[in-house]
Structure formats: C-alpha cells, structure tokens
Design a protein around this ligand. Structure first.
Ligand code: GDP
Length: 296
C-alpha cells in the first residue's frame, strides 16, 4: 500500500488538532512539524517539503484559522488541497489527435516497466473503443521484442516489428503507414532503455521524436527508485521534452516520495500509475482522489 506511513502520520496529526477545540498558532505549528517529518521520512524532496509546509502555514494564517470554532477542519482542508496540488492538481489526460493515428512514445530507463506499461496502456485504450498498434522499438534487447509480442497476443493487439532491423527510427516511421492501412488509430512506441541516462539513449529518442512527431511522450519511471525517479525525469525532460509521467510499481512503494515530488520538481504531471504486474494494473491518475486516499 503506497503512502502507508505518511497516511498514518498525517491522520495522527489531524487527530491531535481535532481534539483541541480552538487552535493556537502553536498547535498548528506542532502539527506542521509532524507533517514535515513525515514527508521527509517518506522520501519527499527537501525543497518540495519546505514549500509545502510554508504554503499551508501561509494559508492558515491568511484564513485566520486560529481561535475560530472549526479551525481543525479548516487546516485539514488546506492540507488536502495542497496535497492534491502537489500530486498535480487536476487530472492530466493524454493528447488524442483529431487526425489519427495518435502517436504515443514511451521512454524510460531499463526495468522501469516500459514494455509492460505499453501493453497495459494499449489494453486500456482498446477497452475505451480505440484501435491501438504496439511498436517494438526496443531493438537492442531481443527479449523486449518477444515480450511485447507475447503481451500483444494475450491482448489480441497487433505488434509492429521489423525482423533483423536495428533501426528504431525507421521502425517507428514505418509503423505509421502500417497503422493507417490497418485502421489503427493509436500507435504506442516502446523504445529502448538503458541502465542510466546517457547521450546515446537520448540521441536515439530525440531522432525518433524528430521523425515521427509524437503527440505524447510519456516517461515511465519506477516509484520504488524514489528520488532517482525524479532525477531521471528531470534529465529526460531537459534532453527530450516529455508531456507526462507514468509512475509504475506504486503498489510496491510504501513511501510515495517520488509521486509527491515529481510534479513540483519537473513541472510534468503523472498521467497514469502502475499498481500491479498484471495487464489491468494501470490506472488514470486523479490527484484529488489520491490526496483523499492518503488523508482519509
Ligand atoms: P522495461 O525494461 O522498462 O521494459 O521493464 P519491463 O516492462 O520489462 O518491467 C520490469 C518489471 O517490472 C517486470 O517484472 C514487470 O512485471 C514489473 N512491473 C512493471 N510495472 C509494474 C507495476 O506497476 N507494479 C509491479 N508490481 N510491477 C511492475
């Protein structure tokens, strides 16, 4: 369960506030200190934590909550709103082109869950009435191509490959006329990952981007890697430019630090989250609902 200890700690702080009746500035400061510690222990970025606490304090002072009757409720509402804001505010959807095919490019480091996520996303879009095509652009890892083919077969979704080709730019480009002639309205390109962000990886992704002009570039990051996921997101955004983030393995991340830091640090929203290894384990990300889940 993600955010487990954070959730417990925030609820404890709220309980103390609720038990007090009227609140003094001191009471609120005490609760904020507790929340600050909880966020840092959840591996939330230091500056993000600092800003978060500062904003809540300013709002609490601004709304003159002290010594009012429902002060605790007001503070809790402020925290909820700020938490939703931290997670991205409102839901961010993917861009669907009015002129098909919509091209979605998935990028990320090796092991982040790209190939699995490509299949999960295709399944979700298919269930929404779309007609997706998966493209095997991770040509350096033959296992990645067969992995995608197996997943495609399970889902009855075609996978575009070019046997023997080591040119992901060409493959991505060739997938467009294929999609058009097979009436596919969404192309999901699975690209190669590397263990670390490096120039060769970025060059290739930049070339694919320049050739196929994707409508949506989504970075797949592993929540369990914590602040490394945030650092990787900044690097990909700077070198390539990304439109959104898919955060995988949130089911295995009890702390949730990456999810709470990534929008504030990179400015890019989480659009989907991976919550299990299974193919139906992808969800649209709703920041407000998630904030409520953490706090209720
Ligand atoms: P890639 O190298 O980025 O293409 O990564 P893969 O798609 O091969 O995934 C790496 C591992 O992560 C696989 O064992 C997946 O089953 C697993 N995985 C991917 N997404 C999730 C998720 O949301 N939750 C869990 N628990 N495991 C996931």
């Amino acid at each position: 369960m993600p955010f487990e200890s954070l959730s417990e700690r925030f609820q404890l702080a709220f309980k103390k506030l609720r038990g007090k009746g009227k609140l003094s500035e001191e009471d609120v400061n005490e609760a904020l200190k507790e929340m600050r510690r909880a966020l840092l222990e959840a591996d939330v970025n230091f500056n993000v934590t600092k800003d978060f606490i500062k904003k809540i304090k300013e709002k609490a002072v601004g709304e003159e909550v002290f010594s009012t009757l429902n002060a605790a409720q007001t503070v809790i509402k402020i925290v909820r709103d700020e938490l939703a804001d931290l997670l991205g505010g409102t839901q961010s959807r993917i861009t669907i082109s009015s002129r098909p095919p919509t091209i979605i490019m998935l990028v990320g480091l090796q092991g982040a869950g790209k190939t699995t996520t490509a299949a999960k996303l295709a399944k979700m879009l298919k269930s929404q009435g779309k007609n997706p095509l998966l493209v095997a652009g991770d040509v350096y890892r033959p296992a990645a191509i067969s992995q995608l083919q197996v997943l495609g077969e399970q889902l009855d979704i075609p996978v575009y490959t070019e046997e023997g080709s080591k040119d992901p730019v060409q493959i991505s480009q060739n997938s467009i006329p294929f999609a058009l002639s097979h009436l596919k309205d969404i192309i999901i390109v699975d690209t190669a990952g590397r263990l670390h962000v490096n120039e060769t990886l970025m060059d290739e992704l930049v070339r694919i981007k320049a050739t196929v002009h994707p409508h949506e570039i989504m970075l797949v990051v592993d929540a369990m890697t914590g602040q490394d996921a945030v650092t990787a997101a900044s690097a990909f955004d700077q070198a390539l430019g990304i439109d959104g983030i898919i955060m995988t393995k949130l089911d295995g991340d009890a702390r949730g630090g990456a999810a709470l830091s990534i929008k504030a640090v990179t400015g890019k929203p989480i659009k989907f989250i991976g919550v299990s290894e299974k193919l139906d384990g992808l969800e649209e990300f709703h920041p407000d609902r998630y904030a409520s889940r953490i706090l209720d």
